[in-house]
Design a protein around this ligand. Sequence first.
Ligand code: SER
Length: 881
Amino acid sequence: MKSSEIRQAFIKYFSDNGHTEVPSSSLVPHDDPTLMYTNAGMNQFKDCFLGAETRPYRRAVTCQKVMRIAGKHNDFENVGVTARHHTFFEMLGNFSFGDYFKADAIKYGWEFVTKVLGIPASKLWVTIFEKDDEAGKLWADLTSVDKQRIIRLGEAENFWTMGDTGPCGPCTEIHYFCGSDESKNTEAMLKAGDSSFLEIWNLVFMQFDRNASGKLTPLPKPSVDTGMGLERVAAVLQNARSNYDSDLLRPIISTCESLSGHRYEGSRFDAPHHGADTQYVHDVAMRVIADHSRAMAAIIADGVLPGSDGRAYILRRIMRRAIRHGQSLGLREPFLRATTGTVISILGDTYPELLQRRDVIERVVEAEERKFHETLDSGLGILKREVEKLSSSEQFPGATAFLLHDTYGFPLDLTQDALKSFGRTIDVAGFEEQMQAQKSRSRDDRKSQNLSFSTLQITVAPTKFLGYDSTEAECTLLQHFPGATADECALVFDSTPFYAESGGQVADTGSIAFGSGKAAVTLEVIDVQKVQDKFFVHYCKAAISTAVDSLLNKKAHLVIDTARRNEIRAHHSATHLVHAALRKVLGTHVKQAGSKVDDSSLRFDYSHFEPVTSVQLSEIQSIVNAEIRENHAVVTKEMPVEEAMKSGAMALFGEKYGSHVRVVHIGPRSLELCGGTHVTRSGDIGFVTIAHEAGIAAGVRRIECLAGRAAYEALVHDQQGQEALASLLKGSREQILDKVEKLQSRVRSLETELEQTRGKLAASAVDDLAKEVHTTPKGIKIISRKVEAADNDTLRSMVDKLRVSIGSGVVVLGAPQGDACVIVAGVTSDLTGSVHAGKLIKAAAEVGGGKGGGRPDFAQAGGVNPAQLSASLAKILEMLS
Ligand code: SER
């Protein structure tokens, strides 16, 4: 069966049995901060299991894209080495949300595997959780599985949890005997984890919710979550030696073969991975590239770009590891475009986002590859040399691994992976230590304080934000903490008009007053941070004291700095207009990669793959300012997240959005999900000017702009600069260009004149010098003098001319240049047999603390101390005598 047929058969079987087909969710979990990447089919249904969400259906079937690369489920290390592990794979799953439970899950599972797929029962085994008697009985009563082949295993194997927290429960797994040696088709071998057995399907009986301390709370309704690895089933049904020989992966391996000219042998797995076994090294490399190409294509298609932290860094690690393995296949030129191209041709029909974003995938992989190639060779060279220095038992030093990470862009796991072929491990603790040291060097006090706040138990109700409509309010103080320094404190109120730093927008500042008149206590608010996404912590310039203590549960008057807020608003709304203009001018592949908005500037990072021309920049600036002059009303609306997405609102990939979101609409083309504060009409922005635009990483660029007052001030500053320049040039601002051009041409003609004059002076100096010939006792004619020469060339040409006029002899001239002196020596060709200009000059330079050397007939020295110039020249005379 082809993999596409297996997918279809699965969906059809479960649809026929009353399941609703639900599309795969993105690899970037939109609503789950506990997950880096989607790691199971059940992720998108997590809230259904927890009873927090109900859907119009109680049975679902999916084919889900998943990644097993971070957190609890991480197979990164195994990829390439084993026949069956992947970072990215497709998971076929059927789900029941409080509908059917164990009996039907087991019946469906068995029927699908044996009847629809036609896998013989003689090849199948099932495992159950050791305490789950019910599952054992159901398997025995409801299916034809051999009772001897219902095996009990412990929690590690047969109790499934999504992560450290979340829905979980006992599970039962279907295993396939894929070995050729029938004597291994036994319970003992299965229990020993022998590679003759392949787990193909996991049926989880979701019964509990696990909290952070490990406590299990029963779910409202027992449910079912199953997951079958498509690649594994395809390998079984296609009689392939491994997943890599299935129709999902083999074409990518073939691409590697034709790019590298190496053959894929592909029958050995789990072997020691040493450099001498070239065929095995090549096999592993092709498998890694095949797996990772799928992962990177799928991740990029879901909107992630490689970067330096979190999800983006995981993508970078995957890409760099693939590139490193490409190098071991001898691939010197970028190759990921070809391998991801094969991925798109295999998976594009099932996941159309791959086809839609082909262009982005190609550009991102190529940019990353070019970037990493710049340092890959040097990094690997350092790695090799370091290994050679180690004694046989020594670990690879953490400090070198850190250098490779920090300077050469080697993720730790890439270094670990590369060291496998040398049989070495890294001193990871040493590496971590260096990392920590670097972090603490760069950590800012308040930020670290925030980290500790994020773990604080704030026990009060979430803070109500009033700042969209108000700039001041009466609010009650509910809790307080000491601040980052002794003269700061941090306060939490029931509500607040202060915006807390988020979504790239800085926090409001302002003041808080308790009481009034003489008895009033006024605190200055210098920063506001959100903790656990719901408490607004106000950092104030005031020592926490008993005075503050007595204010608990008292009302205070909170006022933000409105003028500053207005400037922040202008910059934030301007950011939306800039974003929309970028997409209009550069293309819709432009996606926000980060932003920073404050009262004096805005910074917007975005995906784009080539330099932006000055023509494009002025077009962007002109569009933005036209939108401002149109004076559009800025409309903000709360709506369900699905509705917002449907309306085409720009959202940040991977950003956590609640079920209701705020959508900000400005003019005809800007519609964004955004929690920030905005102007009322676009005209309030005033004016926007682009201050700077440049690339900051592979495929990511940054534009910086000024809006409102800051833009006006920049303009005034420029005008004043021009005025000053104009008055310096004794003209008007309009005449500056013309005057500067004239100045430049005058400078050019003066330079020519100067050069000619110098030439004449040098010629007459040469004439004078030619008269100063001495003869050494050995009869060698010599001219040796300190002269004033403007530059090296003049000095050299003087020596040349004197060499001609002297006929036979040695010419040595020294001249001060800057802080040091230069000495040039020339020897006529008849004498070079006995006198070596290079040697003369070297010795002379040493006397004067400089350095020099050259040919037998012509040489030069520099760096000679001016006070020693005479001594240096004397040294030459002495040598010649
Ligand atoms: N959630 C289970 C797994 O991922 C079954 O889908 O294995």
